[in-house]
Write a protein that binds this ligand. Sequence first.
Ligand code: ADP
Ligand code: MG
Length: 692
Amino acid sequence: MRHDTQISRLKGVGTRKTEALAEVGLFTVNDLLEHFPRRYLDRSTVSYTTDLQKDSQATIVGKVTGTQMRRGRKRSYFEMVVADERGFLKCRWFNGAKWIQKRFTKGDVIAVSGKVDFYGGFQMVHPDFDILSEEGTNPINTGIIVPLYPSGQKLQSAGLDSRGFRRLLRPLMDGLEQHLDEFLSDELITEYKLTGMSQALRDIHFPEDMDSLKQAQYRLKFNELFFMQLLLAVRRQSMVEAVKQNRFEGFGEYLESQYKKLPYELTGAQKRVMAEIWDDLKSSHPMNRLLQGDVGSGKTVISLLAAAIAAGNGYQSAIMAPTEILAEQHYKNAIQFFEGTPIRVVLLTGSQTVAQKRDLRKALKEGYYHVAIGTHALIQGKVHFKNLQLVVIDEQHRFGVLQRGELLEKAAEADVLVMTATPIPRTLSMTLFGDLAVSILDELPAGRQKILTRKVDVHTLPKVYDFIKDELNAGRQAFVVFPLIEESEKIDLEAATLGFEKLSTQFKEFKVALLHGRMTSDEKDMIMQSFSRNEIQVLVSTTVIEVGIDIPNATVMLIENAERFGLAQLHQLRGRIGRGEHRGVCVLVHRKLTQDSIDRLNIMVETLDGFKIAEEDLRLRGAGDIFGTRQSGLPALKIANILYDGAILKEARKAAFTLIHQDPHLRKNRHRGIREIILEKYEAFSNLAGIG
Ligand code: ADP
Ligand code: MG
């Protein structure tokens, strides 16, 4: 059986099965082989009915000894009794009872999984189930490891429940070796201690013991991560091979003068990073560097110093921010930074008039401006530069490889610096930014005091307000943030507006202002400007201030309904304070607490470390959420998990990068298999990697 044979040509597969399989994207034998089990049953994962505990999750395997439609108080439900050799369990279905009823026959050996209830005896309501065999013995007791497959109603109706998949797959295991080429070289197999491909596929579907299953999983996860990293390695390689048109002769005339004018000494980390950037700039290959630095570590000044070098060499720079507010802030910083030099800075935003934009673009194209600041629109669409050489992308942790690629299409040979506030666990930055060299700002500017974080319930608010008043009287300022409820921007705004009114009365001796995403950017800008001049003391806002805003005099961050925020978001918000010499205080106000939100808020109280918070956030929310691989623009992972397979990822990355280092274009004969897989399976991504 060739691996590209259509499933429809397999024995026992008719139109119904073919259609159901096609619907979930399974067409070929190879697709089928890669339809990996979602879990396995064996004695270590299956409980006896006598060992069940109320409210726990459990799986039991037993024989169906009774099935019956029963009349409930409101409507009828289906009840099934499953017995193992020690006792029994009742399963009940209130929904879809008729459909469920048809699935089972007395005597079937089945596995049921779900939450254990106690209702005159142990029971499960709407458990997941898998029929293991008809009239059979309990396979778990014979020491067999039973694979359970991902399925769905349509597949099940077509006979493709776990059992159906096992039946389909079993015959494919014969002669797997003859039809399946090993695509990794012997060297790689040996060096990384990998199981052969056909063995791995056999063991992932029909493992003989836990050990061979583990090895199979390792190999298949390695595969996925290896190819992902290979794409990144090839991409990195093509960037490394690119040659810059524009050379940097030296620091130019602005670096030193502007550096000397800074009101502070750079931290050791900032100096080190500047040296790394300078190495890249002066090299004949374009820079592709990620600058990771926790909130407040001082990334902005790095981008400005780099822009000063570019300007000193006669090149233009573009600095991009994710929001207009942030772009405005960078613009102000840049104007101040380049004061006293002939360097001209321009701000391009969405809210400028068409005529304004046209004029500014023209001036940019003619090289009148040296430093352009704006949102992402800056280097997309109609904007052209005369000699753009430095591109800085600030706070870019939300964008993956692909988006970044699109963003930079126009600046293929430019020097690129991507800046992000740290919270990206190492495993994720290896995927999202796996093609970039990395610099880290791991030191906060001197004189910063630790931010104090407290979680309080609403009843404590009066005390908190007193505290805020003290701070305001001492000349400080405060942020009050209301949560973003994504479903409804309107409710969001209402909460903030109500809060604003309340706080205006509460702090009537002070100026309180409201800022939200629906304002025009002129309005937003005016408010931010007044806040930064301390004409406003309390800024009530929605999450629009989440990233990047820098007001060193603000010392209080009060977050309402803090339980609704993700950890990474709370960390970003908290990062808005404690940026100057005064101690910052962050107050997390909660209303409804679940165990989960208590855990999350406690993490915030306990640590200021962005890395730790990011890891926890990922653990609690799952990778898909914020930095999901979905957004990365890289191939989806079927079996590997970025969160849990960090160790394998590291190995795979090492293997991939070493390989590309030795054989940049995969021309060597022993790498032919790998090349073929890339072209075949990762075709859609080969342009990302520049393989053709
Ligand atoms: P982030 O890394 O979060 O973008 P910023 O660049 O906004 O941080 O810097 C935070 C604050 O720290 C700013 O007010 C900036 O002027 C100040 N800052 C930056 N570097 C230093 C330094 N070496 N010493 C003192 N203050 C600094
Ligand atoms: Mg910043």
